[in-house]
Write a protein that binds this ligand. Structure first.
Ligand code: ZN
Ligand code: FE
Length: 258
């Protein structure tokens, strides 16, 4: 199975999985890069997975329908361009012979879902398509959810196996890492990762996918109990050392960070 990040707009990725004959795409905000990739490799479009309703994630769905040979899957608690198969927490789907389970991860939007590949012991690292919930070194803005909801969603993702491949939808890594450096200047793993990400961007490559294990070490939003993160959050007005208070202060700080 091949995994490709198709660049779209200024900083989106449309993830494509294909087996050489059939492909699925995740969050096609624009149909053009998907069509180009299908044509270049002679692939049929076997399905579309959608994580949430924002236009930069669903804008290409209707334009791709004429080529689509399978379902559009999307969140049951949001409205996306129909028809689509509405998915709930705990359900699973099969695409290209791979099983994905559905996780509710509200916060960025109220009904945001993630798709987690179910692997057997012999398989490669599991894949996570998490939309705009978890980014490398950051997390999505809270448009429709509360900090407590987003914290719970991120905690669920952080508890996944360390080798889980994090396929998020935006190339925000370097700007997130500038914020992470302000939050946790003493984190050497973050500093090393920043070097690697600069090299990848300079070479025109995505910084993604990341992994859950790496994010646990470098992402301040997954480190709300690390002493340096707590201290920085307190200095920015966190009401207590409690993790939701720390998370809330970090998210508000990031919103105004330049
Ligand atoms: Zn979004
Ligand atoms: Fe987005």
């Amino acid at each position: 199975m091949n995994l490709i990040a198709l660049p779209a707009f200024a900083d989106n990725y449309i993830w494509m999985l294909h087996d050489g004959a059939r492909a699925v795409v995740v969050d096609p905000g624009d149909a053009a890069p998907v069509r180009a990739a299908l044509d270049a490799q002679g692939l049929a479009l076997a399905g579309i997975l959608v994580t949430h309703h924002h236009p930069d994630h669903v804008g290409g769905v209707d334009d791709l329908r004429p080529r689509l040979q399978g379902p559009v899957y999307g969140p049951a608690r949001e409205t996306i361009p129909g028809p689509y198969l509405a998915l709930h927490e705990g359900e699973s789907i099969e695409v290209l012979g791979l099983r994905f389970s559905v996780l509710d991860v509200p916060g960025h939007t109220a009904g945001h879902i993630a798709y987690l590949q179910q692997t057997d012991a012999a398989a490669k690292a599991p894949l996570l398509f998490c939309g705009d919930t978890l980014f490398s070194a950051g997390c999505g803005r809270l448009f429709e959810g509360t900090p407590a909801q987003m914290k719970t969603s991120l905690d669920r993702l952080a508890a996944l196996p360390a080798d889980t491949q994090v396929c998020c939808t935006h190339e925000y890594t370097l700007s997130n890492l500038r914020f992470a450096a302000a939050v946790e200047p003493g984190n050497t793993a973050r500093a090393e990762y920043e070097q690697r990400c600069h090299a990848r961007r300079d070479a025109g490559l995505p910084t993604l996918p990341s992994s859950i294990g790496l994010e646990r070490r470098i992402n301040p939003f997954l480190r709300c109990d690390a002493p340096e993160v707590v201290a920085s959050a307190r200095a920015q007005g966190a009401a207590s050392d409690e993790t939701v208070a720390v998370f809330t202060a970090l998210r508000e700080w990031k919103n105004r960070f330049r």
